[in-house]
Design a binder for this molecule. Structure first.
Ligand code: FES
Ligand code: FES
Length: 158
């Protein structure tokens, strides 16, 4: 099938297998490998993207379901060559080890801070409950969220 969707602010087209997931289409057909494929079962959150503004696991969405819709991926967060504040915070807080979970976590944190710029720890833990990290023990990730939240409130939207 021919997929046409607005991806990171740009209308893109690609030939994709009709049964392909949105994740496979992004990674294999549209040159956007930022979203990771760690479980392909909706369990880990590494493939998180926005579809019409809603956070989804791209491994559970058919590419065909994105037809004519707006998709935003982790690649769409940096602007004018500058990392998004959440990306900066993850780097500075040392919240990245192997990095496999990182894109999904960054998307999830950016989504959280868009709606709640000052989340308490329970809210953060609930918001990130669908994102699995096998490396960090999560402490540094929570540090990164706090750093990003502080900066967001000080300097505008994340
Ligand atoms: S790869 Fe989609 S949730 Fe794990
Ligand atoms: S940094 Fe390796 S899975 Fe999170």
């Amino acid at each position: 099938m021919r997929l046409k969707a607005e991806i990171n602010g740009e209308w893109r087209e690609a030939d994709v297998w009709p049964g392909a997931s949105l994740l496979a289409a992004l990674r294999d057909d549209l040159g956007l490998p930022g979203s990771k494929n760690a479980c392909e079962q909706g369990e880990c959150g590494s493939c998180s993207v926005w579809l019409d503004g809603e956070l989804v696991c791209a491994c559970l969405v058919l590419a065909a379901q994105a037809q004519g819709r707006e998709v935003r991926t982790v690649e769409g967060l940096a602007e004018d060559g500058h990392l998004h504040p959440v990306q900066e915070a993850f780097v500075e807080a040392g919240a990245v080890q192997c990095g496999f979970c990182t894109p999904g976590l960054i998307v999830a944190v950016a989504d959280l801070l868009d709606t709640d710029p000052d989340p308490d720890e329970l809210t953060v833990r609930e918001a990130l409950a669908g994102n699995i990290c096998r490396c960090t023990g999560y402490a540094k990730i929570l540090d990164a969220v706090r750093l990003a939240a502080d900066r967001t409130r000080a300097g505008g939207p994340a």
